[in-house]
Design a protein around this ligand. Structure first.
Ligand code: FDA
Length: 547
């Protein structure tokens, strides 16, 4: 049974709430017969609040019976590990086209005991935006992706459902000398990315995406829309690196655009073990965080020539972006890193937006229009983990590391240099605590093609992570929240205490974890917004223990 209430679709949610308040109890009681499922109750509530039943083809709500349910679910799912037949599926998918659809989804799922998983770009490494072990709904924000660039004000408002590619494209459309310091993959969603930090090729100069957020709009657990002023500085602090999924649904972000030169330079130099890669990488560890802020030089390490076992070797790919021309870059590298043997022919000058194409793995001959494509050309099964390095790994440690890497040719590592602006920002400025003292971050990854290989690759990456323990940060062994890793620990279904969650929470947030927990307790005291690694409530008992 569907309830129809005539409201103007453009009417604001609060006005709509007032108008219908007196009906809500009456109607929901009459619909909630003992036999009706949670699912039906939710639907009735949602229809009632949004008047959606008048618009059957609105493409907002997808039940398991909808012909496009599976394609919508898969549209943004990035990790095939969470798209198998046995993966739990949402009862419903909601793709809001108005903010009041989100308000209704929050209020109705809270009322009817369904968990809400919020998805912007669907790149969560552990699929937490579209998978849950308890009955749940996916709120997919892909339709809410408008971007307003204001070059005069050097700012932009961007909705959470936009992708990084769309944001970069829209900035470049307006100006060739502005950019934004965020991630390299064009299909990553703004929503999850900004709220977990977000780094990219110009973060050594400008910090993380979250460091450059100046306002935001969020819908809280009561369905209220708040901006920076009305949410207060504590919540505004928490959502810039603490993971929005614990606090509400972030609608949009106001960001500060940053200047980029009209000409930037990229280079890529690859060396195998036989060509001295170990020594080069050792040297890189001693200088990568000390380069000027205009230079980003990361190292991607993988196995090549996997088809011919006898020739399998490790290759280190040194990949760089320099905010300036080649004539300035060459002396800089040849003075500090002459061993690399960089020459003019290795370097290419281009506009900043072309460098975005390059780091997103497109040919720089392509039109920037490809950045508007929200679909990854191919998706795979994958597992990733992260670490922070404070002292260079000795040559002997690297030699052993190569042996483990050679055991799985589908595995690779990315060493991302820190320093410069990242060291100038205090550990507590935002929840993201990995600042001064880190030479670089490691991402370990392995990807594969079929479910039957999953066990083998996951046990390999865990072995690699165990091996690395002596060489990486300690107490806690830190990790990057945007490289979500459930091996670090997970909340129990129901409520997890602060102490239990500290096992994983301190790794992501260090000393900021407690403040996050206090903000969570104040903002969402019923712990409605939760997942396997959401911020726990800070209980009275813990306060008494002096935590
Ligand atoms: P998704 O939609 O899966 O959301 C991730 C988490 O945020 C989920 O818990 C979700 O519920 C929550 N969330 C999403 N939108 C929300 C909203 N509006 N309000 C509240 N909560 C919300 N990182 C990086 O720093 N630099 C990089 O270059 C890259 N590159 C990269 C490439 C590829 C191929 C992948 C798969 C991932 C990356 N990442 C990355 C990691 C990426 O930043 C991280 O996975 C982000 O959380 C992805 O954000 P999405 O919105 O796409 O994910």
């Amino acid at each position: 049974m569907r309830n129809v209430l005539f409201v103007n679709q453009n009417m604001g949610f609060s006005a709509f709430c007032v108008l219908t308040l007196s009906y809500i109890l009456l109607v929901s009681i009459s619909l909630a017969t003992p036999n009706s499922s949670v699912h039906e109750n939710f639907l009735n509530c949602f229809y009632f609040k949004t008047n959606l039943s008048q618009y059957p083809n609105s493409q907002v709500l997808f039940t398991k019976n909808s012909s496009s349910y599976s394609s919508v679910l898969q549209s943004a799912a990035q990790n095939l590990r969470f798209s198998t037949a046995s993966t739990p599926k949402p009862q419903l998918i909601i793709k809001p086209i108005h903010e009041y659809h989100i308000q209704a989804a929050i209020v109705c799922s809270k009322k009817h005991g369904l968990q809400l998983r919020v998805r912007s770009g669907g790149h969560d490494y552990e699929g937490l935006s579209y998978v849950s072990d308890v009955p749940f709904i996916v709120l997919d924000l892909a339709n809410l992706r408008s971007i307003r660039i204001d070059i005069e004000d050097e700012s932009a408002w961007v909705e959470s459902g936009a992708t990084m590619g769309e944001l970069y494209y829209r900035i470049a459309e307006k100006s060739k000398v502005y950019g934004f310091p965020a991630g390299t993959c064009h299909t990553v969603g703004v929503g999850g990315h900004f709220t977990g930090g977000g780094f990219g090729t110009i973060f050594r100069k400008y910090g993380l995406a979250a460091d450059n957020v100046i306002d935001a709009r969020i819908i809280d657990v009561n369905g209220r829309i708040l901006d920076r002023r009305s949410m207060g500085e504590d919540l505004f602090w928490a959502i810039r690196g603490g993971g929005g999924e614990s606090f509400g649904v972030i609608l949009s972000w106001k960001i500060k655009l940053v200047p980029v030169p009209s000409i930037v330079t990229i280079f890529n130099v690859q060396k195998s073990l036989e060509q001295g890669a170990t020594k080069l990488l050792y040297k890189w560890q001693t200088i990568a965080d000390k380069f000027p802020e205009d230079l980003f030089l990361h190292a991607i390490i993988g196995v090549v020539d996997a088809s011919q076992n006898a020739n399998k070797t490790i290759v280190v790919s040194f990949d760089a972006l320099f905010l300036g021309g080649v004539e300035e870059l060459l002396p800089l590298i040849n003075q500090s890193f002459p061993e690399l043997g960089l020459n003019h022919g290795d370097c290419t000058e281009m506009s900043w937006i072309k460098s975005v194409l390059y780091f997103a793995s497109f040919s720089i001959q392509e039109s920037p229009d490809v950045l508007l494509n929200r679909t990854q050309s191919s998706v795979s099964f994958f597992k990733s983990k992260s670490d922070y390095v404070k002292e260079p790994i000795p040559g002997s440690g690297l030699q052993e590391l190569w042996k483990i890497l050679l055991e799985d040719e589908a595995g690779y590592m990315i060493f991302t240099p820190y320093g410069a602006k990242m060291s100038a920002i205090s550990d507590s400025e935002t929840p993201f605590p990995h600042r001064s003292g880190n030479i670089y971050k490691i991402q370990y990854s392995v990807s594969w093609g079929t479910d039957k290989e999953t066990k083998k690759h996951i046990s390999w990456i865990r072995k690699l992570y165990t091996y690395m323990k002596p060489y990486v940060s300690k107490s806690p062994r830190a990790a990057y929240i945007n490289y979500r890793d459930l091996d670090l620990g997970r909340n129990k279904i129901g409520n997890t205490s602060y102490a239990q969650a500290s096992v994983w929470g301190l790794k992501y947030f260090k000393n900021n974890f407690k403040r996050l927990s206090h903000v969570k307790t104040k903002t969402d005291p019923s712990n409605f917004f939760r997942n396997e690694q959401s911020i726990p409530l800070f209980s009275l008992w813990e306060k008494k223990q002096g935590n």
